[in-house]
Design a protein. Structure first.
Length: 378
């Protein structure tokens, strides 16, 4: 005799299948957000993480992803809020909490919330074991608050913990942003005392020499990196040639990079810089337009900045001002473009006044011509 499956059992099995399917779809959304973040598609990543957070999927990780995507897009307040939400979640492991706290400090630095950043650095030191990244963040905050001795102490600790080219370059960049590159140069010099082991090391050494404006040694190190199959070195070598006013070789490097990597924002940005140096501004704008759809967020910022430069050099101040205003909507903390916009406003105002005076002059001239004609007729 066959046993019959009762309707309620079928219903339960159906519900289980539906729930499994829903969970599977929610997990796919989260995994796609992870992939988008890794690929630099930050808007898509943010949207995916927001959906995952609403679905309750990997809640602290979803808030963390929202924060990183917002940070990359320049929304520092939004990033801080997301990182705070992540830290307030239940069952956040100690290693994940440390990672999220470090990201929040970075966002607070970008938002110029230095007091909050310093408080988080103190929490980092008290509740977790300090590493090179922690010391680097503490040094950056101290430097922003003009505590130069404290900054140096923390940077020294960071370099002791991680005596690499990358850490030396990060510390130098922190000083460079404060117009204190001389203080950062000693870390580059310390890094250059170590022996290079691979193409990446030669590339970093070339970058260090480039920052120190030692273009001869930079060229030597970067050519060695290129000979060891580093395509990244081609981009930096292009910068070295540009700094040396060797536009022909700079263009060749960017073309070689594009040939090796395929269409890339970095290659097109380099070609645009060559065009600007040769005063071929329309070509520069074409290369920038071609590069923008291919750009990561960092590359996009460089391209948009150079777009402003191209329009200004072209003496199209109105368009340059428009582009500067659009740029600052995306990157409001860029002080160089803030100053550039103030300058452009003076130029567009001058152009408008000149145009108005010219129009009045033309009208007065036309009126005089009419008077003369009428007098002749009479």
């Amino acid at each position: 005799m066959k046993k019959k499956t009762t309707p309620w059992i079928l219903a339960v099995l159906g519900c289980i299948a539906m729930l499994s399917g829903c969970q599977g779809e929610k997990q796919k959304i989260y995994e796609q957000a992870e992939q988008n973040l890794e690929q630099g598609s930050y808007e898509a990543a943010l949207s995916g993480y927001e959906t995952s957070a609403a679905n309750g999927v990997h809640l602290p990780q979803s808030y963390r992803g929202m924060g990183i995507a917002s940070l990359r897009m320049g929304d520092y307040e939004g990033a801080i809020e997301s990182f705070t939400n992540a830290l307030n979640c239940e069952k956040v492991s100690k290693s994940l909490a440390k990672d999220i706290l470090s990201y929040r400090i970075t966002a607070e630095i970008r938002a110029q919330q230095y007091e909050n950043a310093m408080a988080d650095c103190q929490t980092l030191a008290q509740d977790y074991s300090m590493d090179a990244d922690g010391y680097y963040l503490a040094g950056t905050v101290a430097l922003a608050m003009d505590s130069y001795d404290e900054a140096m102490t923390n940077f020294d600790e960071a370099y002791v913990e991680e005596p690499t080219y990358d850490m030396a370059l990060q510390i130098y960049q922190a000083y460079l942003e404060r117009d204190m590159e001389a203080d950062g140069t000693r870390y580059l010099e310390a890094a250059l005392e170590t022996e290079p082991k691979d193409a990446g090391d030669y590339c970093d050494r070339g970058r260090a020499y480039y920052y120190m404006q030692d273009y001869s040694n930079a060229q030597k190190e970067l050519i060695e990196a290129v000979n060891n199959d580093s395509t990244e070195a081609l981009l930096i070598l292009g910068m070295v040639y540009l700094a040396s006013d060797d536009i022909s070789n700079a263009r060749a490097m960017y073309q070689e990079y594009t040939a090796a990597e395929g269409e890339s924002a970095g290659g097109y940005n380099g070609l645009a810089l060559c065009d600007i140096a040769e005063e071929n501004y329309d070509a520069a704008l074409t290369n920038i337009s071609t590069g923008l759809p291919l750009a990561s967020e960092e590359e996009r910022q460089d391209l948009l900045f150079n777009e402003i430069v191209a329009y200004e050099r072209k003496l199209d101040f109105s368009k340059a001002q428009e582009k500067a205003e659009e740029y600052l909507e995306l990157y409001p903390d860029d002080e160089s473009v803030q100053k550039e916009l103030a300058f452009l406003k003076t130029r567009t105002s001058t152009q408008e006044n000149t145009a108005a005076e010219s129009e009045v002059s033309s009208q007065d001239g036309a009126a005089l011509d009419n008077t003369d004609t009428e007098g002749t007729v009479q």
